[in-house]
Design a binder for this molecule. Structure first.
Ligand code: ATP
Ligand code: MG
Length: 562
């Protein structure tokens, strides 16, 4: 595998690590406990990877632990498939939760007890207003809310109604449990937030045991407290929820007092990271599933051939801040290229083949030529590549009537075949329609290995594959899923989908050793880019995904002062 870096390679520092460091120094924190809390309502994406690297990274840096906790409080949208995929993706990214796998649903009984505790203390009540009415009563940023007529309901009555909500006596939407805080608070999250709603849906883990489910706000901080999480790190949209987080921890007999810290979420150019949208792309067939290599999901990136170490490197480089920014996707691609340039094996493959017949090479003969596996890594060794009278070269590497700056093959011109010989084109053969179907060439047997004893030079080196030995394959070339850097800025995102995001080439010709690579191991096709075998392929009919081309756009962006 290309994935040789360990998560410890990058030891970043940021404001959250500073807080943790300070808490340890002041004796407020003994063992650092963080958590990654996905809701199993979709697959993880590169934005989640930022959060995973941060939470597991902090735990590792300070000798603590990071829990994987499923925030499974909304059975209407959650599925076992997502739970399994999330676990696989976190592991693949290089992180391990050990024994610390938790589910918010395991705390339902405790949470229910704490809800009763609030009711008994006059800090929560069952409300009969509809969702619509609750919204109306809530007020706005400039106007205070007004009390629900049920706010003064006795604790006894609320306790009774709450128990009957649990037992499934009421229709969805007919009652909710609300905290009793302050309908005039400047923070709308404190205007009697909903703690429980009625949902008649089967839960992937608790089945039909419950008819009420806690909201994010009620479940999250209390789950943190139950697990002894010390630093509960989340994205900025929860900043305004922090007073509620603190209020609940303060007013409940929780076994610990976690603190919440917020950082800005990852946004990427040419990329949509909204889970709701990603689900839509999958269900409406704009992509071929969650692991479509054009998707920003961890499983999509993996299938595309992007190594986990490159994602971790990217997460380290973008850092952790409180300011909202859009990161260039070119930076991610730069991290991928930098890693693969060092680690990926080189092979030869021809995407758009043009046949070459070497007239002075003996018919029926063939030989094995030595090729370097990775010029950046001496330990990668060498391999033998078959060479014979008939080869394929890239169609684009020949022009019958070349313009001034085209130095590759043309009639009468000599070029180098990589690891092989000098080759001169004698004649281009065309079919009736005028299309070039074959080149008649000669080679210089004195130039074996690619150098002329008389010192003469050529201006181009081409990759090639021996026709008799080649394996025919499909190549899937990907471009950004969106045609503009800010999808959805002016239209619905669906209108910004790039119609040319996938180009499928069949009849590509591979050097035979390319069938030895397992899915997920990315190689460099010389002069073309990084590719990795797709699980759709077989040994006889391989399929390769283009991870990325060779040209790095990041340097250019940086020069522009980006
Ligand atoms: P939802 O809208 O379903 O809540 P979500 O993207 O917030 O979507 P969660 O499963 O709740 O999904 O996210 C798990 C964790 O990942 C949360 O702590 C969340 O803050 C973090 N996270 C989600 N998206 C990003 C992002 N783009 N950048 C950084 N962290 C993210
Ligand atoms: Mg969320």
């Amino acid at each position: 595998m290309n994935d040789t870096n360990t998560p410890e390679d990058v030891a970043p520092s940021d404001f959250i690590r500073d807080v943790v460091q300070g808490d340890i120094a002041a004796g407020r924190t003994e063992t650092v406990v963080t958590r990654f809390p996905p809701e199993p309502n979709g697959y993880l994406h590169i934005g989640h990877a930022k959060s995973i690297c941060l939470n597991f990274g902090i735990a590792a840096d300070f000798g603590g632990r990071c829990h994987l906790r499923f925030d499974d409080t909304n059975p209407a949208k959650e599925e076992q498939e997502y739970i399994d995929a999330i676990k696989e993706d976190v592991h693949w990214l290089g992180f391990d939760w050990g024994d610390n796998l938790y589910f918010a649903s395991d705390y339902f009984e405790q949470l229910y007890g704490w809800a009763e505790h609030l009711i008994s203390n006059g800090l929560a009540y069952v409300d009969d207003l509809s969702a619509e009415e609750i919204r109306e009563y809530r007020g706005t940023l400039t106007e205070p809310g007004k009390d629900s007529p049920y706010r003064g309901r006795s604790a006894e009555e609320s306790l009774d109604l709450f128990a009957r909500m649990r037992a499934g006596e009421f229709a969805e939407g007919s009652h909710v449990l609300r905290a009793k805080i302050d309908m005039a608070s400047g923070n709308i999250n404190l205007r009697d937030p909903v703690l429980y709603r009625i949902v008649h849906a089967s839960h992937p883990r608790t089945g039909d045991a419950w008819h009420i489910y806690p909201t994010y706000d009620f479940a999250h901080g209390q789950s943190d407290a139950i697990e002894g999480v010390t630093h509960s790190v989340c994205t900025l949209e929860f900043e305004d929820h922090r007073p509620l987080y603190d209020w609940l921890v303060e007013n409940l007999p929780t076994p610990s007092q976690p603190r919440q810290y917020e950082f800005s979420r990852l946004n990427l150019t040419y990329t949509v990271l909204s889970k709701r949208r990603l689900i839509q792309f999958v269900t409406e067939g704009h992509v071929n599933g969650w692991d479509d290599p054009r998707m920003p999901t961890i499983s999509g990136l993996r299938r595309r051939g992007i190594p986990a170490a490159a994602i971790r490197d990217f997460a380290g480089r973008i850092g952790v801040t409180k300011s909202d920014a859009v990161i260039e996707v070119a930076l991610l691609e730069h991290c991928v290229r930098e890693l693969l340039n060092k680690s990926a094996q080189r092979r030869m493959a021809v995407l758009k083949p043009l046949k070459v017949v070497i007239e002075n090479y003996p018919e029926g003969d063939s030989e094995e030529l030595e090729a370097v596996n990775n010029p950046e890594d001496a330990d990668a060794g060498k391999r033998m590549v078959p060479f014979s009278r008939e080869l394929y070269i890239e169609r684009d590497d020949f022009m019958e009537d070349p313009p001034k700056k085209f130095f590759r093959l043309a009639p009468g011109r000599e070029v180098r075949l990589r690891y092989a010989y000098f080759l001169t084109c004698q004649e281009a053969i065309k079919d009736e329609s005028g299309e070039i179907v074959e080149l008649r060439c000669t080679y210089d047997p004195e130039t074996k290995g690619g150098n002329a004893p008389d010192g003469r030079k050529v201006k181009a080196t081409l990759h090639w594959v021996s026709a008799a030995h080649a394996v025919s394959a499909e190549a899937r070339l990907y471009d950004h899923l969106f045609a503009r850097p800010d999808p959805g800025a002016e239209n619905d995102v669906l209108e910004d989908i790039n119609p040319a995001s996938l180009d499928i080439l069949s009849g590509c010709m591979l050097e035979p050793s390319l069938t030895d690579f397992p899915a997920g191991e990315t190689v460099q096709f010389e002069r073309l880019g990084y590719f990795c075998p797709d699980p759709d392929g077989t040994k006889d009919a391989p399929v390769f995904n283009r991870t990325l081309g060779l040209r790095d756009a990041w340097a250019k962006i940086q020069k522009k002062g980006g």
